[in-house]
Design a binder for this molecule. Sequence first.
Ligand code: ADP
Ligand code: MG
Length: 253
Amino acid sequence: MDFQTHISIQNLSVSYGAQQALKNVTLDIPDRKITVIIGPSGCGKTTLLKSLNRLLDSVDGVKVEGQIFVDGEDIYDPKIEVTHIRKKMGLLSQKPQVLPMSIFDNVAYGPRLHNSPDKKKLSRIVEEHLRVAGLWDEVKDRLHEPASRLSVGQQQRLCLARGLAVEPEIILGDEPTSALDPQSSQNVERRLIELKSEYTVIVVTHILRQARRIADYLAFLYLGELVEHGPAAEVFAHPKDPRTRAYLTGEIS
Ligand code: ADP
Ligand code: MG
């Protein structure tokens, strides 16, 4: 598999006090592909994702060592502004967190904050991103209703639209379908696959079947260690490390 590196993680170690959550992780994440990070609960998946947009900064007692380059820029360089990094990434969390406002205003929130477009332009931006998130047809007649009235599956896609509206380059998903029913999960998975033509997508999951469905590139974390990574088809077909084999066959979970 040929690919260009978008994010380069080098010797990343993270600890929370005495607890080491990531141990010397080195990983190149391909541009405009879906990279899936798998591994059992507690192995460091969320920590790895949070390190990518500096969400660990606000955690007390956390220590981050190593380097992460996004578009060749070291995001832990003190000269770089956190907002500059975060603007490049849209985050989909485990539970969709809609803002307590209308469907329209949820999507308009970022654009209003960053570049205050006029009314007409804003409507266009909102429609465009609701379409990309696959939600437009379901909500076009109720844009000014509170977002909280949507189903959980719709809320997750609304969060995707809100994240995309700030025009990120990278989409980070932390178990983004875990609160969803199978139909909604499929919708979100389908969206992610479509989005990879324009975005670098990184998804954390502990659902192996999901990883098989969407991953181009696969990284297996176990107890804070990056055990194996490579093109998904290769890792699934010929895992090299006995721990990867054990995880893929369900012997460890
Ligand atoms: P995963 O997402 O794979 O379940 P996490 O990255 O959430 O794993 O956690 C990795 C390890 O770090 C776990 O042992 C967890 O208990 C610990 N951990 C995570 N967040 C914190 C925190 N804020 N303070 C202390 N320990 C934490
Ligand atoms: Mg997690």
